[in-house]
Design a binder for this molecule. Structure first.
Ligand code: APR
Length: 233
């Protein structure tokens, strides 16, 4: 039986593919205040601006490629039962070949009904005012905005509880409930954290190994450590 490896990723894993992180740029996200483009209130005030913002992000996604970090995570499936829980809305894990990817904060390549969040469909082109669901209601990006429920949270918690190893990559661990997932591991589950500017991890009984490097440098190191652990069991 393969060991269960749960990987929590954030914006840092995609940084070397050319997608900007959120908190490395003075509180602005691609030049916008987060409240304007990542809250239901912002969407109510200026839906066209919000749709355009995500249209730009969706177009950008077609120009970028998965990096070595995404590829190594996909290759780890040869030796581990890997589940990726990502905070990212890009599809770079899937494009690198990872088979089990849970998107805590939604997906750029999907849209949902403004009246029924469970009505979700694939969407690769621009989304505009007047694009409607089957009942005639406006569609919106399938993004979990600040203040909204995180539908995949319970599932992510149960996976984390069952993990043999938890790997955390490229996240400032500032946004909850995602950041709280690390507290759902069993005490014996080792935690590895790859980030050039790692946040402090408090109140954990687990063994914690911080690899203070960018993802493409830290993941080869992690792969070696995991292979050693796998061989010694
Ligand atoms: N490799 C690995 N990590 C990196 C790299 C890199 N090349 N470059 C930067 N980082 C790290 C930063 O040091 C930082 O700790 O990535 C982290 C990015 O943190 P944030 O910008 O806060 O992104 P994230 O933690 O994913 O944000 C969580 O906040 O805005 C919301 O919903 C959005 O999912 C997002 C959530």
């Amino acid at each position: 039986m393969k060991k269960k490896l749960v990987v929590l990723t954030g914006a840092g894993i995609s940084a070397e593919s050319g997608i900007k992180t959120f908190r490395d740029s003075a509180g602005l996200w691609e030049g916008h205040n987060v409240n304007e483009v990542a809250t239901p209130e912002g969407f109510a005030v200026n839906p066209a601006l919000v749709l355009d913002f995500y249209n730009q992000r969706r177009r950008e996604l077609q120009k970028v490629q998965p990096n070595l970090g995404h590829h190594i995570l996909a290759e780890l499936e040869d030796d581990f039962d890997v589940t990726i829980i990502t905070q990212n809305v890009d599809n770079l894990h899937e494009r690198a070949g990872s088979n089990k990817v849970i998107h805590l904060h939604g997906e750029l390549t999907k849209v949902q009904s403004t009246t029924n969040p469970q009505y979700i469909i694939e969407w690769i082109s621009d989304l505009n005012i007047g694009d409607l669901d089957k009942d005639g209601n406006q569609l919106r990006p399938n993004i979990v905005w600040f203040g909204e429920e995180v539908p995949a949270l319970e599932y992510a918690i149960s996976l984390t509880e069952q993990a043999d190893y938890l790997v955390v990559i490229g996240t400032s661990l500032q946004v909850y409930p995602a950041a709280g997932l690390i507290h759902h591991t069993q005490a014996l589950c080792p935690i590895f954290y790859i980030d050039p500017k790692p946040a402090s991890l408090y109140n954990l009984q687990n063994s914690i190994q911080v690899i203070a490097k960018i993802a493409t440098e830290g993941l080869p190191i992690l792969r070696d450590k995991l292979n050693l652990l796998n061989r010694s069991k």
